[in-house]
Design a protein around this ligand. Structure first.
Ligand code: ADP
Ligand code: MG
Ligand code: ZN
Length: 608
């Protein structure tokens, strides 16, 4: 908000929306910067454009557009001169308070009259004194953002809709004794729209939004961060219901170091502690929801995630093809695009793009088109913009090669198909080749209900499904990749437990051969409470179980090779398929399979 006019307009817009966060200005006072004599002089020389009277205090603007303030010893004698010089006069009732009060009581009127006058003054003065810290601490959103501005992440939006309801009707939510959540942690890669979402929550609920970046808390001097936290929460509580947004919370919320704290760690720890104390100290009736964002949830201090703190965690993934199309829609609305632009095709061609990168793509394309003096953005502009961005990305190692995508698509399809052809197993929930963290893809099964016991068949089926990924890669690409290493670790773990823990192996019987893991002085030692000979039998048994499962997975995927190709190709286009979409493909395959069999049978009948 460098521009005073913007600041004024902003405040007015916010009032209109009922989102008022005037805190920035309340800390300011305006000592007069003109002597009355110099003011009179300017007035006589026709250099004053307008004044605002508040008792004896005068603020205004000169003909050069500069604002000023002064104090008059007596108003009534001044008025005739003001009128004579054609100065625009506004005024408001006198209050008895000091200068701080003065600003406060003036606010409503300032909003209506060219309010930016006084703000310009404060803005200029804001470079020093207590006002600076506060305005830096408490930021008001400069433009209302709603869920309509956030696209392609429907699941996250749905989860956050609940928070909006809490903010809008706190009484309704707590009527039955339900506890309103205090903290929501948004986690996801950079550019996935975490900040945008946080602002949208405030925009939807029409509540004030206090935002601070994690790094703002961390100052050189111990105690500053902690006092900022307290200040922020005090301010917020006064204006509840509202949202406090802490961006990059990992800057203060990283795991605490324990013994070897250095100076800066000390400061961080104090800040984090202050935050925890504040969050724990909310009373009922204070509907302040703390929303935090991070792209490093793994390094967060577990204390932050405890119940009553950030116990809601919403993960925001990279958008899939459909999601990217929706985000494109949001952003192309702001520019002129030619009817020849195929948004679907663009969405398909930018796998791995985040929301921010898509926004950037549209922006770059618009710049390209403008440079060529076009009236609308053409498909080629998008292509050029895309190349430019991807080239930049490739350096950052974000983009997945086409080959890796293919292998991943077959790998994940392999998991899914093995699962589809097994009886006792959890239903498929989702299958995706969207990279997430270290994984290039993911096949998710969701148990229908909670399971407490597992049959041997169920467990072995799990192993077969885990093997499915590796098997598919081998069948199609005739080579092995490291992509299946996690699957193999899980499979081996299950197999070992089938044999050792659950006593399901006939060769070993019902004895539980537990391996106990001790963590002593950091190094794990494994003690085996059985003989070397037994260990050998165990190893053989584990290998036998794994081999059997591997063969069965190979069997299924060989038999349904066509389906594997089919599903993988669809996955390459859609990137994410839910259970219903997989089911449609599956049933279509079964139907074709039946038709094929019928044809073969008919042919046999004809020839025999
Ligand atoms: P993050 O905080 O996760 O790093 P931001 O919220 O700052 O990401 O996103 C940066 C910009 O990218 C947003 O202002 C918006 O223009 C665009 N953007 C990101 N995600 C989305 C989305 N899901 N829908 C629409 N625009 C998005
Ligand atoms: Mg952000
Ligand atoms: Zn896998």
């Amino acid at each position: 908000m460098k521009n005073p006019v913007q600041a004024g307009l902003l405040l007015i817009t916010l009032t209109a929306l009922g989102v008022i966060g005037y805190n920035i200005w309340l800390y300011e006072t305006t000592p007069p910067d003109h002597t009355y004599t110099s003011f009179l002089e300017e007035l006589k020389n026709n250099q004053i454009l307008k004044v605002h009277l508040h008792g004896q205090e005068i603020t205004g603007e000169d003909t050069a557009g500069r604002s000023f303030s002064t104090v008059t010893p007596e108003v009534s004698s001044l008025l005739p001169l003001l009128l004579e010089k054609n100065v625009e006069i506004t005024a408001d009732p006198v209050s008895t308070g000091g200068t701080g009060d003065y600003i406060k009581s003036m606010l409503p009127i300032l909003l209506i009259f060219g309010g930016w006058m006084i703000f310009s003054k404060m803005q200029r003065k804001g470079s020093g004194g207590s006002g600076k810290k506060s305005s830096h601490l408490v930021q008001v959103q400069d433009e209302r953002v709603t869920f309509n501005d956030v696209a392609g992440i429907a699941e996250a939006k749905e989860e956050l809709m609940e928070i909006v309801t809490f903010l809008k009707h706190p009484e309704r939510s707590s009527r039955l004794g339900g506890r309103i959540p205090k903290g929501v942690l948004l986690q996801g890669q950079p550019g996935t729209g975490k900040t945008l979402l946080a602002r949208a929550i405030a925009g939807e609920a029409l509540v004030p939004f206090y935002s601070i970046g994690g790094s703002d808390f961390v100052e050189m001097f111990v105690g500053v961060g902690a006092s900022r936290v307290r200040e922020l929460f005090n301010e917020a509580k006064k204006n509840a219901p509202c949202i406090i947004f802490i961006d990059e919370i990992d800057a203060i919320g990283g795991k605490r170091s324990g013994g070897n704290a250095t100076g800066s760690n000390d400061e961080r720890e104090q800040t984090l502690n202050a935050l925890l104390v504040e969050m724990d100290g909310f009373r009922s009736g204070e509907t302040v929801i703390v929303v935090a964002a991070t792209n490093r949830p793994d390094i967060l201090d577990p204390a932050l995630l405890r119940a009553g703190r950030f116990d809601r965690q919403v993960t925001i993934g990279l958008p899939d093809t459909k999601g990217r199309r929706q985000i494109l829609d949001v952003h192309v609305k702001k520019v002129a695009i030619s009817p020849g632009v195929e948004l679907d095709a663009i969405a398909r061609s930018i796998p791995g793009f985040s929301g921010a990168e898509i926004a950037n793509l549209v922006n770059e394309a618009a710049l390209m088109a403008a440079r060529k003096d076009q009236t609308a953005i053409e498909m080629v502009d998008f292509e050029e913009a895309k190349d430019k961005i991807i080239m930049g990305l490739a350096r950052k190692n974000v983009v997945i090669s086409e080959k890796d995508r293919r292998i991943t698509a077959y790998h994940e399809s392999g998991h899914a198909i093995v699962g589809l052809f097994l009886e006792e197993t959890d239903p498929l929930h989702k299958i995706t080749i969207m990279p997430r963290g270290k994984a290039l893809g993911l096949t998710q099964q969701l148990p229908l209900g909670e399971r407490y016991t597992y049959s041997r068949e169920y467990l072995e089926n799990r192993i077969k499904i885990l093997m499915g990924g590796r098997v598919a890669e081998e069948l199609i690409f005739h080579r092995l990749t490291t992509g299946a290493s996690n699957d193999l670790i899980s499979a081996t773990d299950i197999a070992r437990r089938i044999i050792c823990e659950w006593g399901m192996s006939p060769a070993l019987g019902f004895i539980a051969y537990n391996q106990e893991q001790d963590s002593f002085l950091g190094s794990a030692t494994i003690s085996k409470p059985y003989s070397e000979k037994t260990a050998e039998i165990i190893d053989n048994e584990v290998k036998r179980v794994l081999d059997e499962c591997y063969f069965e997975a190979t069997d299924i995927l060989t038999k349904h090779n066509k389906f594997l190709h089919n599903l993988a190709e669809i996955l390459l286009i859609h990137e994410t398929m839910d259970s219903e979409e997989v089911d449609i493909t599956y049933r279509r395959y079964l139907k074709e399979l039946k038709m094929e069999k019928d044809i073969i049978r008919q042919q046999k009948e004809v020839f025999s």
